[in-house]
Design a protein around this ligand. Sequence first.
Ligand SMILES: Nc1ncnc2c1ncn2[C@@H]1O[C@H](COP(=O)(O)OP(=O)(O)OP(=O)(O)O)[C@@H](O)[C@H]1O
Ligand SMILES: [Mg+2]
Length: 443
Amino acid sequence: MSTRTMHLTGGIDVGNGYVKGVIRNAEIELFDKIDLPSAVASTSRTSPKVPIPDADAAAVLSVTDTDGDFYNNLHCTLTTPLVAASDRRIFGRAALHVRASKFTEFEVLGQHSKVDQELTKVLILGIFAAKALRDHVTTHGTLPTEELRVRVRAGLALPIREFVARRHAYAAEFTGTPGSADPVVHLVTIKNFSTPVSVRLEFVDVRVIAEGASAQFAISDKGEPLAELLLADLRQREPGALENITAADLVAARNTIGVDVGEGTVNFPVFTDTQFNSEAAATLDEGYGTVLLNAMERMNDADKNLRFASRKQLADFLQHEPSPMQQNRHKNAGGYVFDEARYLVASIVSAFGDVLSQAGATTEAVYVYGGGSGPIKELLYPALLTAAGDIPVLYLDASYSRHLNREGLYLAARTAEVAAGDAVETEPGEQPSKTGKTQRVAV
Ligand SMILES: Nc1ncnc2c1ncn2[C@@H]1O[C@H](COP(=O)(O)OP(=O)(O)OP(=O)(O)O)[C@@H](O)[C@H]1O
Ligand SMILES: [Mg+2]
């Protein structure tokens, strides 16, 4: 079977908590949306105990699997200059439940750099390889008999502080030095099936954008329909708010501040006259995960009924409706988290004040987004309204605002592709960022 080189274009937002991604395969017009815990389990055993029979590949990698479950159960080894050991890695949700020699997730306490952590690169390479395999099997119905070759265009994010100092070096780790005769090749071997599959990735272009700034691009791209929704939401909460401001005014804003509340960081991207302003922008080294971790430690010390093994377990417990037997514990745990959230909100408001004074009086709007913004809305929203004074604060719903960064990153990769002139023609109606639909839809 001949395997032509495949072309993938994707935006991958590797968060401290979750990886959010969208990847397009233009030849078969197939988008995958990806959302998995930023976690990997490693084992020196090279293959799974019970690999999936090859004949089941089509069912496992099926086009109807819109939850992207395969990304949450990918097993692979990597041969690349970016990753030292060639252990087998198990990705995402499966990594949370497997017995392995080593479990890796991002630390949310203390200084940490995404650029220097292998986990970032393992996740990015594995995800592109998994997408390639899914698309091959969707097209051909079976696993490939030879190595898959893939040319990748990617949009990647870095926290604002790392972005300023490290963006060029980070991109070059994937692409190799510009002008060099030998491209860097990353080989991912997928081990889920009886027959291992090799995927050779070559990055032709990597755009690096500051976290939060990419979300702002997505907001601008969505234009007036999103602005209308935000204004309607605001006016429902506060009748008469921003009476003289229209959706068109919001879209036309040239000076904005974003507040991207994540798991381990809060990023404050600033746009001055529509340009990203790295002088005024800032990163705070705390996020909602820090709140969970601190609350968990206090509970472990104070209450033997409230013992949680990990911050993810606690988040999960709080996100679900409690059964009557759990109600008391749910309420008590919520109390601890609420207490800790007050400290985070105080830090955010203080950092926001600094950013606001740096950005100057020209600021026209403040946008709040990111997964961590949802659970602390009750505290953060009123505090930011007070701190922002006359400037409108638009608080986006966390269920979709978690995904804005990935959409902005995809837009960057896609724009570069179109500019380079090697883009595969876009079908009419294909606008994932505008419709918000990035489902896997065969055309
Ligand atoms: N539907 C959801 N799924 C997962 N997490 C959610 C959801 N809603 C809220 N959260 C909370 O959002 C936080 C993760 O937010 P987000 O995905 O924006 O962070 P991140 O991008 O991984 O982190 P960072 O920006 O610091 O690198 C978690 O602490 C989680 O508890
Ligand atoms: Mg984030």
